[in-house]
Design a protein around this ligand. Structure first.
Ligand code: ADP
Ligand code: F6P
Length: 324
């Protein structure tokens, strides 16, 4: 059923993630297909406040499904953390006739969306972050691409680590979340994984484990360190001094956030983008689009934001079992 006259806005906010373009494309084309109008807002909430708003047509999103990054650009906007900025954002939406704003981002971006809702703008969130750290959804757009990028890089470090019989500390992204580290830990066969959610700051235990695995005949010792643990280079120096094993640190950094999205990210982003437009069509607002048990569905925004995500202790244990 065609929904004439509705105008929706779309923006990306926070750290970019592969698949965000596929989500934008899905929102734009699905809305146009249903007879709605779409306004693209550049540079997240910063662009909203600066009135960087464009009418989007089907051809604006041509040739984007395979591209990493976000064609709308993204930003972190301190002004939007304040009531005054949020009110100005809501006023800008009203000025441009935006009845519902689709926000593609992480939980910080959704808190911004919640603030807009409190100022009378309907919102819908689509989870886009490589960190996989949004409690109410099993999946966030970008994770699969990022974790595969990290896995491939770690395989390469492992080759040289084995040849030189070294200990290698490989730092992956995740300031507050250990999902990339944990999944790479399993996929790359790491001897140790350090994640913020479980870190006990006991470096001696790590040193003891390195000495023990060496005695068991291991030719390398791979430690995957989530960014939030910090100072991988300092840790490498201390481990080398304590174990006598040559130790190097590699920080993978922002390469994990770029690149062409995997099939999982393209398909999930497309489905989530279309689902967001379906919610608008049904006048179902202030919702987060989520994936639960393999199904795309939705949850109330406030309820979704209140859900905490736990790192799977069983997966941590599996990693330990595999490293004997
Ligand atoms: P992510 O969305 O990936 O979690 P950030 O936490 O950096 O990324 O948030 C992105 C932006 O969302 C921030 O720069 C800010 O503009 C907005 N934002 C974050 N937290 C809040 C909040 N509590 N209230 C209002 N806006 C927020
Ligand atoms: O987008 C999430 C994330 O990549 C985290 O994993 C990381 O801690 C953070 O963003 C890095 O942010 P910045 O781009 O500001 O360095």
């Amino acid at each position: 059923m065609a929904e004439k006259g509705k105008t929706i806005g779309v923006l990306t906010s926070g750290g970019d993630a592969p698949g965000m373009n596929a989500a934008i494309r899905a929102v734009v084309r699905s809305a146009l297909y249903k007879g709605m109008k779409v306004k693209g807002i550049k540079r997240g909430y910063a662009g909203l406040l600066q009135e960087e708003i464009i009418d989007m047509e089907a051809r604006h999103v041509s040739d984007t499904i395979q591209r990493g990054g976000t064609i709308l650009q993204t930003a972190r906007c301190m002004e939007f953390m304040e009531e005054e900025g949020q009110k100005a954002g809501a006023d800008m939406c009203k000025k441009h006739g935006i009845e519902c704003l689709v926000v593609i981002g992480g939980d910080g971006s959704f808190r911004g969306a919640e603030a807009l809702a409190q100022h009378g703008i309907s919102v819908i969130g689509i989870p886009g972050t490589i960190d996989l750290d949004i409690g109410c959804t099993d999946y966030t757009i970008g994770f699969d691409t990022a974790v595969n990028t990290a896995m491939q890089a770690i395989d390469k470090v492992r080759d040289t680590s084995t040849s030189h019989e070294r200990c290698s500390i490989i730092e992956v992204m995740g300031r507050h979340a250990g999902y990339i580290a944990l999944n790479c830990g399993i996929a790359n066969g790491a001897e140790d994984i350090l994640v913020p959610e479980f870190y006990d700051y006991d470096e001696q235990k790590l040193v003891d484990n390195i000495i023990a695995t060496r005695k068991r005949g291991k030719k390398h010792h791979i430690i995957i360190n989530a960014e939030g643990i910090g100072n991988s280079i300092g840790m490498a120096k201390r481990i080398e001094a304590a174990t006598g094993m040559e130790t190097r640190a590699s920080i993978l950094g922002h390469m994990q956030r770029g690149g062409s999205p995997t099939v999982k990210d393209r398909v999930t982003a497309t489905m989530m983008g279309c689902y967001a437009v379906d919610l608008v069509e049904q006048d179902k607002y202030n919702r987060l689009v989520i994936e639960r048990s393999g199904v795309i569905t939705d949850v109330d925004l406030a309820e979704g934001l209140a859900t905490k995500k736990e790192v799977d202790a069983y997966q941590m244990e599996i990693c330990k079992r595999m490293s004997i």
